[in-house]
Design a protein around this ligand. Structure first.
Ligand code: GTP
Length: 417
């Protein structure tokens, strides 16, 4: 029996995702037509050994309830949300909820960062972990460009055994092209190693964690993986695969593209349409959306629940969230349209493609500051917040609109507060 843990952080994380995170908790933002972490859940349900999924975060339980009810009904697996009362870090939450993780004696458990988008090769990772009897942790890694690698956890390995001999989180200078994908298998024997971090902080208590305060914030990467490197307890399997993280709006567009491709490959039944509009693959359209037959949609578009798209509309590389309407002959490119927004006729909403090469297996999404030195907005994905009304015949270029605004004129490179 195996378990999975999905780490989703809390309110203090996901700030780069604003204004989208004002209406949506980042882990629940839809990419490829599913909330980000539903992709993780879907992948876990593909392994019959995984019998429970624990989602750990510090969002209020009430904010996760309807999502949990939905996935619990959809997948025949036990899914629970465990709320940290303060953010405990990527290992602190695992330690705090160790009894829940160990209940039922799982042989091991997966830990998945809630903000990654990938084709989670969990079976391969688990088989690899089993082949390393001494391993406490096996990390899934992939290769990044030399310049991009320093933004991630970098691994130096023994190429024969797969042992991680050296691990540095976001190094100051180049260490290795192999990066940590935030997808792991952990042995349940990891808990004493986490407890050990408290000893080094001068806490009292025994090796099994008894008497140790649970409130500690512990980072898996720096405080557990880094010291385990070179002790024959940390291994990695490196796969050349598409992988990205959802950090900001631009990265959501990139992840949407990736998720659509993966979903199309594994779940083609999700890609049947009730509309006769022109579709340029890959496009997800929620079955309740109404799309005029003369619209042209795609590539890389996700359209949510009850969206209405009028005649002659053209949409590409965009996400249109639930209950929005787009009136006739409007053009939407590299944009995210928030829930319940109304876009008029003959309007143009256009953002800039900020990720370099859509076909690269690994692409660092440029994390440009919002403004340049002249105080102007840097090129970005266009975002129309929740509940906005955009008049007909206006142009919005690289514009970020906060929720509930009414726009009656054109804007370029601006944030409308
Ligand atoms: P940044 O570039 O700073 O975001 O670092 P990172 O990509 O390494 O991400 P980070 O380590 O902050 O988070 C990895 C995953 O763990 C994300 O899905 C976070 O939401 C989640 N996470 C981060 N901190 C916590 C925490 O305190 N508690 C829980 N439960 N999850 C967390």
């Amino acid at each position: 029996m195996l378990k999975s843990v999905i780490l989703i952080g809390g309110d203090r994380k996901g700030t780069r995702f604003r204004p989208l995170s004002l209406d949506f908790r980042k882990p629940l933002f839809p990419i490829g037509g599913l909330p980000i972490i539903e992709h993780h859940i879907q992948a876990c349900t593909e392994l019959k050994e995984v019998q429970e999924i624990l989602i750990i975060g510090s969002y209020n339980s009430s904010e996760m309830k309807s999502f949990l009810d939905e996935v619990q009904a959809k997948y025949s697996i036990n899914i629970r949300y465990l709320q940290e009362f303060v953010e405990l870090g990527t290992a602190g939450g695992l330690y705090h909820f160790r009894d829940q993780i160990r209940r039922g004696n799982p042989e091991a458990f997966f830990v998945l960062n809630g903000d990654v988008c990938a084709d989670f090769p969990l079976r391969q990772l688990y088989e690899f972990h089993k082949s390393k009897p001494k391993a406490l942790v096996s990390i899934l890694s992939t290769e990044a460009d030399r310049t991009e690698s320093v933004n991630y956890g970098c691994l130096v390995t023994n190429k024969v055994t797969g042992e991680v001999t050296h691990y540095v989180e976001k190094p100051n200078s180049y260490v290795s092209p192999l990066i940590n994908c935030g997808i792991y298998v952990l042995s349940t024997d990891i808990f004493p190693a986490i407890a050990n971090v408290f000893y080094s902080r001068g806490e009292s208590g025994d090796w099994n964690g008894n008497g140790i305060k649970d409130e500690g914030h512990i980072q898996l990467e720096q405080e557990i993986l880094q010291p385990l490197a070179g002790t024959e307890k940390l291994y990695t399997i490196s796969l050349n695969m598409k992988w990205s993280q959802v950090k900001n709006a631009a990265s959501a567009i990139y992840a949407n593209r990736q998720a659509l491709e993966l979903q199309r490959k594994h779940y083609p039944e999700r890609f049947t349409y009730k509309t006769n509009c022109t579709i340029i693959d890959n496009v997800f359209i929620h079955p309740t959306a109404q799309i005029d037959d003369t619209a042209v949609i795609g590539p890389n578009v996700s359209i949510g629940k009850n969206v209405v798209i009028g005649p002659g509309v053209r949409i590409r590389e965009s996400i249109i969230l639930d209950y929005s309407t787009v009136d006739s002959h409007t053009l939407i490119i590299h944009s995210i349209i928030g829930r319940n927004s109304k876009i008029g006729k003959w309007t143009r909403i256009e953002g800039t493609q900020v990720d370099p090469d859509p076909n690269k297996p690994f692409a660092k999404i440029k994390n440009l500051p919002l403004f340049n030195q002249n105080g102007k907005l840097n090129p970005s994905t266009a975002i129309i917040g929740n509940g906005c009304t955009v008049s007909s015949e206006i142009i919005l270029l690289n514009t970020i609109i906060l929720p509930s605004k009414e726009l009656t004129r054109s804007f370029k490179n601006e944030i409308i507060l």
